[in-house]
Design a protein around this ligand. Structure first.
Ligand code: ATP
Ligand code: MG
Length: 257
């Protein structure tokens, strides 16, 4: 589905050059839901930025469904690739209402007129979808997003991602700013939508429980490399303790027994 081939990426300032990826290759299969763990500065967000097109590699290729998208800009890629970030302000337009945000997402890449589209049928449809979240959002369709809580905003961002009908969903610590209860709720909604839409997803998280509970594949990154790549179906008895031990010793195969 997605292939990164021999990627080099470095950042330079006036003083020095910092190489993040050096001949980095990685494949993501159709329908993969990959949890990405790794220490600060390991290159997790940079990986998502390369896939999403926010940054371009210095060398190497990025393929989406065998098409070379290396030089395709972020805006064009966003037809197929949607991102949700830790900062709840980035996923929605806060000056617009919940209804307007959802309409905008559903009509992304289409010519449309916001007032024309504001028909009651759509409203009922969104209401039903929001009701499923059990966050009382179904009564807030005419509320501006700026007055919603962080968790409510992320749920709207997730529903918007679904309505945009992407092929790939990139999540960069999208529950990190939420309290534990809301973060679990947002994770459950994320998981449902990924399954419903059969989205290929990459989710960066520092939450080891989430990395254990969700997804079919788990990778650990360190210094621009994937040091552990686990197929969760083939790995029994994966625990927090084993994952922490793997961080320290990625080659310890006994941890999988
Ligand atoms: N635009 C940029 N300009 C300069 N350096 C950058 C840029 N983006 C990332 N870096 C550097 O690349 C390295 C990897 O950063 P990245 O944001 O990918 O880490 P991360 O794994 O997402 O870490 P965290 O868990 O803290 O979010 C860091 O050393 C960072 O300072
Ligand atoms: Mg990051």
């Amino acid at each position: 589905m997605i292939e990164l081939k021999n990627i080099d990426k470095s950042f330079s300032n006036n003083v020095e050059t910092h190489q993040i990826f050096d001949d980095f290759s990685f494949k993501i299969n159709q329908g993969d839901f990959i949890c990405v763990l790794g220490s600060n500065g390991a290159g997790k967000s940079t990986l998502l930025n390369l896939i999403g097109g926010k940054i371009k590699p210095c060398n190497g290729q990025i393929l989406l469904e065998d098409k070379d998208i290396t030089s395709l800009d972020e805006y064009k890629r966003s037809q197929n690739i949607t991102r949700i970030f830790q900062d709840v302000k980035l996923g929605t337009v806060e000056e617009l209402t919940v209804f307007e945000n959802l309409l905008m997402a559903e009509n992304k890449n289409k010519r449309f007129n916001l007032s024309f589209m504001k028909n009651s049928k759509r409203k009922e449809f969104y209401k039903e979808k929001l009701k499923e979240f059990e966050l009382n959002l179904e009564d807030k369709l005419e509320t501006k997003v700026m007055s919603l809580s962080g968790g409510q905003r992320q749920c709207i961002a997730i529903l918007m991602a679904k309505l945009m009908n992407p092929k790939v969903l990139l999540l960069d610590e999208h529950t990190a700013a939420l309290d534990p209860k809301t973060s679990t709720k947002v994770m459950d909604i994320t998981n449902e939508i990924i399954k419903e839409e059969n989205l290929t997803s990459l989710m960066v998280t520092h939450n080891i429980s989430h990395a254990l509970d969700y997804g079919n594949r788990l990778i650990m990154m360190d210094k621009g490399k994937v040091i552990v790549d686990i197929d969760k179906k083939r790995t029994k008895n994966l625990t927090k303790e084993k994952l922490l031990a793997l961080f320290k010793n990625p080659n310890d195969q006994t941890l999988f027994s």
